[in-house]
Design a protein around this ligand. Structure first.
Ligand code: PHE
Length: 458
């Protein structure tokens, strides 16, 4: 990224931007969240709805967010203020900033587990004879230890803060170039091992043969939430990243690539997970947030050189999580730097400190504190509750409002002008405008009403 005169960067190349946006999108959402949410929500039918949500809602909203960002050249709050002066629309930006810090808090807890698992693998904690039972015990005693849970949360936030301090660009663009392909190759290798395990067929059919009787209002809401979470939409991350794209770039093409890569990685992560899960005798709906952490060591144990694969995988996953937390933190930081004229250093320290404090209850909610592990009324852990409220509902409300804003406030015409700047062609522009005006808002509204009527919130 080169610095422009007013101090706002621009991604140095088109590939650079796609890599950075893909870096934000691809992370724990694909490899940790997608498999366990799919497992809890019935498998193949959920995956189909998920893909539908990516195409009909995710992609159009991503185009909308990137356009808002590039037009305004600002953080989400400033962007709404600039495009709709004196209106309450700035609130959408503010909700986005708050949601970003909230997601950062519990996301960093799970990213901390990844760091911990890297060290555990290197230390030789997983023997070649590990079973799903012993692996489950190792996971439980790890996350139950408050010092480790909080320590790794802290460590991960320090890493995130260090990168964001130096300005987003330099790091991400360069890292993503090596990181993404490496992660992809490793995922493919693990998938090959997983699908060739004995009894893999049962897992494949759970993952690929839809059973629509398992679909409820809540399932559809979770598929949509997962799509938005995985694509980093609904809280302004893509507005912020869009503010760094040069005007000569074609936004819809870039958005298309990001959605494609992100979805591909999630689908492959599922293909890696379910055959192994059934082969190891685990139940897809019972494991929750611990799923991949329990499962992966058992796959590594069954690979020649599994130690190397294991260490490599957790290292790459840590870096993939880092390119996502960078974007979560950057939203709040760019807001404070632009709007409050804070120094970058101050904004970074305060916001990552805040995420650390809010992250503590999530870190303690996996067994360290009984109360936080199963909250009264909802019977969810604090981490699960944050994950549903912020990672699903807050992003869904955000995406709904962004679609309404672009379609009816800023306007289809102005958006298209921005997209078609400098002679860019907007392929499928009419389909996009249909989706953003009608399908996105109406579908989200129907899903919400359906969830409220059936009371299927969690
Ligand atoms: N998309 C990221 C992931 O899949 C998480 C994220 C959500 C990042 C929202 C930014 C905004 O890991």
């Amino acid at each position: 990224m080169q610095e422009k005169t007013q101090g706002r960067g621009v991604w140095s190349t088109k590939a650079g931007f796609i890599l950075a946006a893909a870096g934000s999108a691809i992370g724990l959402g694909n490899i940790w969240r997608f498999p366990y949410v799919t497992g809890q929500n019935g498998g193949a039918a959920f995956v189909l709805i998920y893909i539908l949500c990516v195409i009909c809602i995710g992609l159009p909203v991503m185009i909308a967010e990137l356009s808002i960002g590039r037009r305004s050249q600002l953080n989400p709050v400033g962007a709404f203020r600039k495009l709709a002066p004196g209106s309450p629309w700035v609130a959408v930006g503010m909700i986005g900033v708050a949601t970003g810090i909230g997601i950062l808090s519990y996301y960093s807890v799970v990213a901390g587990w990844t760091v911990g698992y890297f060290f555990k693998t290197v230390a030789g904690d997983f023997s070649r004879f590990i079973t799903s039972d012993t692996s489950g015990q190792i996971f439980n005693s790890f996350v139950r230890n408050p010092t480790a849970a909080i320590g790794f949360l802290f460590l991960f936030l320090v890493l995130t803060a260090a990168v964001v301090m130096g300005g987003v660009a330099k790091g991400i663009e360069r890292w993503s170039r090596i990181l993404m392909p490496a992660l992809f190759i490793l995922l493919i290798l693990l998938t090959i091992r997983s699908v060739t395990l004995p009894n893999a067929g049962e897992g494949l059919s759970f993952y690929l043969k839809p059973d629509f009787s398992k679909i409820t209002a809540g399932t559809i809401g979770k598929a949509l939430g997962q799509a938005l979470f995985s694509l980093s939409l609904g809280m302004g991350a893509m507005i912020t990243y869009g503010s760094y794209i040069a005007r000569k770039e074609n936004i819809p093409v870039a958005a298309g690539y990001v959605c494609l890569f992100d979805t591909l990685i999630a689908i492959i992560a599922g293909l890696m997970t379910f055959p192994a899960l059934f082969a190891m005798g685990l139940r897809p709906d019972a494991s929750g947030p611990g799923l991949v952490f329990v499962l992966l060591p058992t796959i590594f144990a069954k690979m020649p050189g599994g130690f190397i694969f294991g260490a490599g995988f957790f290292l790459l996953l840590t870096l993939a999580a880092l390119t996502s937390t960078i974007s979560l933190l950057e939203v709040a930081v760019s807001y404070m730097v632009d709007e409050w004229k804070w120094k970058r250093l101050r904004a970074v320290v305060l916001m990552s400190g805040l995420a650390f404090i809010i992250g503590i209850p999530s870190a303690l909610s996996q067994g360290a504190s009984q109360w936080l592990s199963s909250l009264p009324l909802v019977h969810l852990s604090f981490l699960d509750l944050a994950n549903v409220l912020l990672g699903n509902y807050s992003l869904t409300v955000g995406a709904f409002l962004i679609a309404i804003f672009v379609a009816y406030k800023w306007g289809i015409k102005s958006t298209r002008q921005e997209i078609e700047a400098e002679g860019n062609v907007f392929h499928f522009g009419r389909i996009w405008s249909f989706l953003i005006r009608f399908i996105c808002p109406v579908a989200i509204l129907i899903i919400f009403i359906y969830i409220i009527i059936t009371g299927d919130f969690f």
